[in-house]
Ligand binder design. Structure first.
Ligand code: NAD
Length: 295
């Protein structure tokens, strides 16, 4: 008989415990601050922003704030909106070559026609704090020290806040994009979980998901996952973020998980907002400090 890692009677009788991404993020950021304050440490993030897309501007402004709170210097390199691949590549290469620069990220979106993956592949792997250079995910696959993609790292931290030992635990990832779903599946494999990856072509994903003790949802489909997808007592991590306008005209942020129904069945669930999002920010800062440590 399959051994339950989480006692079912508790799981079926109570609504899920909320996994508080904001509180966990605050803990990580305070650890980051302590590391930054160590004598002789110089920690700085260099970010490239092409043009002035509103979402990128917003992200850059909040990044400047969170870096400041953590004691990390933040340098924003603005490039003209009309720039093509060559100009962006030149800037990234110049940052790679600058010894004072240890942590680099490139804001998205890039102008139409610029190959994002090609730009990301140019960022020196040791300075790539978002973990978007394929070398870094390759290192994760091989279990080598690496800068891990921030959202994937955030997901693992959130899961481990409920359950540290994932060996043999059935985990399902709904969504398999290169930058979110696949790295999450790889990190779960590194933790020696038993991992199933679903994508939009998967037959009966809800039935597969309902066998999971840990269900991670990164499909980019608002409210895709309802209670029927969830095994009683499971840990459910919602990576999705969607801004939707309600009938009354108010804009809300929702996830890929239908929180209200899922919380009646899950053991633990992350809210949106306040779950994976704030932890992703904390993981970026943590990667910045890692990139800036002496080799
Ligand atoms: P994507 O569109 O690149 O990939 C979606 C993946 O989900 C694909 O593999 C697709 O095959 C799969 N999929 C789609 N519909 C499915 C279905 N019905 N059943 C099973 N699989 C399905 O999206 P992405 O970039 O991976 O982002 C996913 C979500 O996560 C988005 O809502 C995005 O906004 C959010 N996101 C959040 C953070 C964060 O920090 N919280 C970071 C990145 C992305």
């Amino acid at each position: 008989m399959k051994q339950e890692w989480y006692p079912r009677p508790y799981a079926v009788q109570m609504a899920a415990q909320l996994i508080d991404g904001k509180a966990l993020s605050a803990e990580v950021r305070s650890r980051v601050r302590a590391r930054v304050q160590q004598p002789g440490r110089q920690v700085r993030l260099d970010a490239v922003l092409v043009g002035s897309h509103p979402s990128a501007e917003l992200y850059a402004a909040s990044q400047a704030r969170t870096c400041d709170e953590a004691g990390i210097a933040y340098v924003l390199h603005r490039i003209d909106a009309e720039s093509g691949f060559d100009q962006i590549a030149q800037r990234v290469i110049a940052l790679n070559q600058d010894e004072r620069v240890r942590a680099i990220m490139v804001h998205l979106p890039l102008p139409q026609g610029v190959d994002v993956e090609r730009v990301q592949s140019l960022i020196a792997a040791t300075k790539d704090v978002e973990g978007v250079n394929p070398v870094n995910i390759g290192n994760v696959v091989y279990g080598r020290r690496s800068l891990v993609p921030c959202t994937a790292r955030a997901v693992i931290e959130l899961i481990e806040s409920c359950k540290r030992d994932l060996r043999g635990v059935p985990c399902v990832c709904v969504g398999a994009s290169n930058i979110v779903g696949k790295p999450i599946a790889v990190l779960l494999m590194q933790a020696q979980a038993t991992v199933t990856s679903c994508n939009k072509h998967t037959h009966n994903a809800s039935a597969i998901a309902s066998e999971a003790d840990v269900l991670v949802v990164a499909a980019g489909v608002p409210h895709l996952v309802t209670a029927e997808w969830v095994r009683p007592g499971a840990i459910v991590i919602d990576v999705g973020i969607h801004r939707v306008k309600a009938a009354d005209g108010v804009t809300n942020t929702i996830g890929d998980v239908h929180y209200e129904s899922v919380r009646q069945r899950a053991g633990f669930v992350t809210p949106v907002p306040g779950g994976v999002g704030p932890m992703t920010v904390a993981m970026l800062l943590s990667n910045v400090v890692d990139a800036c440590r002496e080799p």
